[in-house]
Design a protein around this ligand. Structure first.
Ligand code: SDX
Length: 427
């Protein structure tokens, strides 16, 4: 296979190098296109544009493949351990026992927030969107930890990564506790990552939350399946912000804002709202599918479709199994799961969805699991952010170490031609 392509621009033939990835993906390197031709490329939404090369995650959208540092996500199913996968994504290899113990201890030692940060929670209205609080408080962390924000030294970076991976749980739990007027629960140093978070969310002065082992395993796997997804909107945002030299907290706070949107991480809340609306009798599943196909309605089948997966989203398949197993184990019969299955069956046999290759994505079943665990719908996208944090940290570091160039796309200007200023008295 040639490692160049030739294109003819205004009668001039130019050669552009081809970059070939590990799995033989091919990319045309256009970094010198404008110098050679005066032309730029045009790709709104970047559906055909590679912004970088990366060693972290591989997706094959046609085959439904997702691998973290080469390991297929299906292999994390048996003994899910989010801390281990976080290390893998951030540092590139599965942790040795010593690395795992050291990182786990760092997570334990850095779960608490500066007491002054509690004043910020009280400053938000009770019904404030938790994603707004999360992004604000992650940014606020940089006010309390100005020293450790760069990828320079491994030790310093490892501590900063542990701080962010650990404290995002505490911020999320404190935001929830404050929204219901309940006392904060401090981190329990004797509990592992997930059950410690659920303790901070749900323990009360009169009753300690006891994390069921099956819940702990299901939540670990759910966080793992959200941990990274190459250049999705929020991760690209983290890389873009980081490319200006902004610190890791500011870059990840920007990632939280991008994830919030209903077309991205906010879809898990929109899925539950959709299922709930159908359950409450507002619309039947068939009505909803009909609306989602109607271009005149602004309705979409939330939790369906994906920019990259044009076959099944492997995470959705795994999360459906987790949902079924957990609800059975807990003896819960959630009518929304039945509606979700009904919608999936309808859509997968409907030419509109089949022709557009629209399949359930990671957000379609995740909410059913979170609901079974007792997480309020308003917190679903926050949970997505907790899962995605190691991926954001990994990409921020990779971008910071790989490139010193600020990301700055070009545009095609379509505004007015040159014109003159008109004094106010003459307008
Ligand atoms: C995530 O990028 C990532 O990796 C993201 C993510 C991650 O882990 O980071 O995987 C997480 O964000 C998953 C996606 C969650 N969002 C949703 O579930 C919202 C519903 N889905 C969509 O809005 C949509 O499918 C997107 C945003 C996910 C993808 O949009 P694209 O690739 O830009 O596709 P498109 O909007 O151009 O749609 C192509 C066609 C259009 O119809 P036509 O104009 O060709 O007739 O498919 C239709 C769309 O109208 N379509 C849908 C649909 N999704 C696309 N029609 C009805 N319901 C839907 N859900």
């Amino acid at each position: 296979m040639n490692n160049v392509v030739r294109i003819t621009v205004d009668g001039k033939v130019i050669e552009l190098p081809v970059i070939v990835g590990t799995e033989a993906e091919h990319g045309i390197d256009i970094s010198r296109l404008r110098d050679q031709t005066g032309y730029i490329t045009y790709d709104p939404g970047y559906g055909n544009t590679g912004s970088c090369s990366s060693d972290i995650t591989y997706i094959d959208g046609e085959k439904g493949i997702l691998r973290y540092r080469g390991i297929p996500i299906e292999q994390f199913e048996q003994s899910p351990n989010f801390v281990e996968v976080s290390w893998l994504l951030i540092f590139g290899t599965l942790p040795t026992a010593a690395e795992y113990d050291r990182f786990s201890q760092l997570l334990t030692n850095n779960a608490m927030l500066d007491e002054a940060m509690k004043l910020h929670f009280e400053g938000f209205p009770k019904q404030a969107p938790p994603m707004a609080i999360l992004s604000a408080m992650i940014n606020t962390l940089s006010c309390f930890h100005p020293e450790l924000q760069g990828p320079e030294s491994d030790d310093g970076f490892e501590l900063a990564a542990a701080r962010l991976t650990s404290k995002i749980r505490t911020i999320a739990a404190f935001a929830y506790r404050s929204s219901i007027g309940a006392p904060y629960n401090y981190s329990d140093p004797n509990q592992p990552y997930v059950s410690n978070f659920l303790h901070m969310m749900f323990s009360n002065p009169y009753a300690q939350y006891e994390c069921d082992e099956e819940v702990r395993k299901a939540f670990n796997l759910l966080l793992i399946l959200h941990a990274d997804h190459e250049q999705n909107c929020s991760t690209s945002t983290v890389r873009m912000v980081g490319s200006s030299g902004a610190n890791m907290y500011a870059s990840c706070a920007a990632g939280v804002c991008a994830l919030w949107g209903p077309l991205h991480g906010g879809a898990n809340v929109a899925v539950l709202d959709m299922l709930d609306q159908i359950h409450k009798g507002g619309l039947s599943a068939a009505d909803y599918v009909k609306l989602a196909k109607d271009k005149n309605s602004d309705v979409r089948l939330m939790g369906f479709g994906h920019r990259v997966y044009k076959n099944f989203d492997p995470r959705a398949n795994m999360l459906q199994k987790v949902a079924e197993k957990l609800l059975t184990y807990l003896g819960k019969d959630d009518p929304l799961l039945k509606i979700a299955r009904e919608l999936e069956e309808m859509a997968l046999s409907d030419p509109y969805f089949v022709e557009r290759k629209l399949y359930p994505n990671v957000d379609f079943y995740s909410g059913i699991i979170l609901r079974a665990i007792g997480i309020p719908t308003s917190m679903f996208t926050v949970i997505f952010a907790i899962g995605r944090m190691p991926g954001w940290i990994a990409h921020w570091r990779e971008q910071s170490l790989m490139s010193s160039k600020i990301s700055r796309p070009r545009q095609i200007y379509t505004g007015p031609p040159v014109t003159d200023y008109v004094a106010k008295s003459e307008r």
